[in-house]
Design a protein around this ligand. Structure first.
Ligand code: GNR
Ligand code: NI
Length: 158
């Protein structure tokens, strides 16, 4: 396993490109997934999309505290509700902003072997799924940001 360099907004236009679907479920894909997980944990992130490590493939990893989720060729198949929450992005270091997302999403994807998987996410997992899937289409949270709250003090945690 290896830690890969995380691409930052403004330094590389790769973050603005569309990623390609994965067709080969081979050793190379397994190495990418392993490296992405290691890179995400090392950076203290809850998700990471392949373009963030310079690879235009439809691959994401997520861990919101319930273990690693690996998604290849993910697609949102249904969504419900709306919720506004604060987001950050490892490719936009040091900044935070509010974004409106669906409250609940259902995602269809494939695992590292190509087997179909389906999962439902609510709360932070729903936010993270939407945030990571956007990366695969060259979209960053700042494009959808309602308000930049980088300099706002968190008042909720007493
Ligand atoms: O680590 C991350 N935290 C986060 C917090 C709120 C909403 C979304 C995220 S994703 C982000 C990691 C990242 O940039 N993934 O693309
Ligand atoms: Ni991000």
């Amino acid at each position: 396993m290896a830690i890969r360099k995380i691409v930052e907004m403004g330094k590389d236009d790769i973050l603005r490109k569309h990623s390609r679907r994965v067709t080969k479920f081979d050793r190379r894909l397994a190495v990418l997934l392993d490296d992405m997980a290691e890179t995400m944990y090392e950076a203290d992130g809850v998700g990471l999309a392949a373009p963030q490590v310079g690879t235009l493939k439809r691959v994401v990893v997520i861990d919101v505290g319930e273990g690693i989720i690996e998604l290849v060729n993910p697609e949102i198949v249904s969504q419900e509700g709306e919720a506004i929450s604060t987001e950050g992005c490892l490719s936009v270091p040091g900044r935070r902003g509010t974004v409106k997302r669906p409250e609940k999403v259902r995602v269809r994807a494939q695992d590292r072997k190509g087997n179909p998987i389906e999962l439902e996410g609510e709360g932070l997992l729903a936010v993270c799924l939407c945030h990571e899937l956007d990366h695969l289409d060259g979209i960053l949270y700042v494009d959808k940001m309602i308000e930049d709250v980088t300099d706002k003090v968190e008042e909720e945690n007493e």
